[in-house]
Design a protein around this ligand. Structure first.
Ligand code: UDP
Length: 448
């Protein structure tokens, strides 16, 4: 990974709130953060709200705590919203009118980017020159707005893809719809336009270089964090089960997140069906909660997973719950014997780290950021591919050894403590500072 700007995410031991900048220099006073298609105020776990929303909220909070103000621009999706909402001191959410509040899917939003950019420019025009020091865009739609805004304001553009069309298309679930060519083109343009790209993992940085010809020198790796105050073992599994009404002796493999083919919750259900076929007595011991709501291509068939559970003859074991706030989600993690994440692709997989931070091991597909998030054989198991039998074998280990969840859970909690948002924010500030310095150097150079 040495060809990248840095392995910023490796520095994990710094005391919180005391960023030591690898690139000493002026840090941005105020960042315009762009999140066109989904708001940091939305409930994650369904529709277009997921890890990226959590990422933006937590990163912005920590940047503000470390002295950099953040204004997050997002599309207004209801008339009831105030134009600005303070998330926390130093973090402002700005609602931009771009198209009707309802009825637009993410796929319709490329047609609204001009309107959104217009709204961003109007806000900017109301400020003195130099109000924003840097633009940080999230996801390709925001990248396009950021491209123009950063050029017009004469500031650097830092971009995070979160997911990439070419990567998603390379490992689609069976029958899932591929991402359109227009997105690939849009992403390629942003890679060229951005001063710096932030990748969640070394693998994502490699993908940016391999698929989009990103310049390794401008591609930084910053591991996302986990809110360690919210996600912690707390009062333990038994108390969490009591609160959620789950049987104390049950084996509980949990799925949490957006329900769509990409996340492969069906693989968990098929694995459970195999286990029950093998040993019908297990029926009395297994409870399988699925926490989250339909999203992406899963929206077309919102009942698909329920129907699959019925077809597999395990409808009585699977309990569907709509998405919950993170305090409640932490209880679901604590209550589970193991979190199962059989995703086809995953730019990082925050739920894997959150569950571990709560003391719960993870069985995950070895894709995307999950090999960073999970320590194979220690804090959980990584599985190659999506064969339900392979997941059933790993789940069997937790069924046969009732102490495994505790043992691996303790290791998981230790592992997750390395992923604080304070460190992620300090690493992001390093990227900002480097981008500002490079721009200043370019402006000073005679060839400009
Ligand atoms: N989440 C939540 N409530 C739910 C389910 C999920 O708040 O009921 C949050 C979860 O805490 C996590 C995010 O949604 O931070 C999902 O992020 P992840 O990276 O796992 O997946 P993504 O949605 O980005 O694909």
């Amino acid at each position: 990974m040495s060809q990248y700007v840095s392995r910023l995410g490796q520095r994990r031991t710094r005391p919180s709130q005391q960023p030591r900048l690898r690139f000493p220099g002026r840090r941005p006073r105020r960042v315009a953060m762009l999140s066109v298609h989904t708001s940091p105020l939305h409930q994650p776990g369904t529709g277009d709200a997921g890890g990226m929303n959590v990422y933006i909220v937590e990163l912005a909070r920590q940047l503000a705590a470390q002295g950099t103000e953040v204004e997050i621009f997002t599309r207004a999706t209801t008339g009831a919203l105030e134009p600005t909402v303070e998330l926390t001191p130093g973090v402002l959410v700005r609602h931009i009118d771009a198209g009707p509040y309802e009825g637009l899917a993410k796929e319709d939003l490329p047609a609204q980017l001009c309107a959104f950019t217009h709204g961003v420019m109007q806000v900017w025009a109301g400020h003195r020159p130099g109000y924003y020091d840097l633009v940080h865009s999230h996801y390709w739609l925001s990248g396009h707005v950021g491209w123009l805004a950063a050029q017009r304001w004469g500031v650097p553009l830092v971009h995070a893809m979160h997911t990439m069309a070419k990567v998603k298309n390379a490992c689609l679930a069976e029958g899932d719809a591929p991402e359109p060519a227009a997105r690939v083109i849009g992403e390629t343009q942003i890679v060229r336009a951005a001063d710096r790209l932030i990748a969640n993992t070394g693998e994502e940085a490699d993908e940016l270089v391999r698929h989009y010809e990103a310049d390794p020198a401008n591609t930084a790796v910053v591991h996302p964090g986990v809110n360690l105050d919210r996600f912690r073992p707390g009062d333990g599994r038994a108390a969490a089960r009591a609160r959620l009404g789950l049987p104390q002796e049950a084996v509980v493999p949990l799925f949490a997140g957006r329900i769509q083919p990409l996340k492969a919750p069906d693989v968990l259900l098929r694995a459970v069906a195999l286990l029950v076929d093998e040993e019908p007595g297990l029926r009395a011991r297994l409870v399988v909660p699925v926490v989250g709501g339909p999203s992406g291509s899963g929206l077309a068939k919102p009942e698909e997973l329920q129907k699959l559970a019925a077809r597999l003859g395990i409808a009585d074991l699977v309990r569907f719950h709509p998405p919950v706030g993170q305090e409640r989600l932490a209880d679901w993690y604590r209550a589970a014997s193991v979190l199962v994440m059989p995703s086809y692709s995953e730019s990082f997989g925050l739920v894997a780290v959150e569950a571990q931070a709560c003391g719960t091991p993870v069985v995950a597909a070895a894709v995307g950021g999950l090999p960073v998030a999970v320590r194979d054989g220690e804090s959980g198991y990584l599985v190659e591919g999506h064969d339900p039998a392979d997941y059933a074998r790993r789940l069997r280990l937790f069924i046969d050894d009732s102490t495994r969840a505790e043992r691996m859970g303790a290791a998981a909690a230790r592992h997750a403590r390395g992923f604080g948002w304070d460190a992620a924010a300090a690493d992001t500030l390093d990227v900002y500072t480097a981008a500002l310095q490079a721009r200043r150097r370019r402006l000073r150079s005679p060839h400009g």
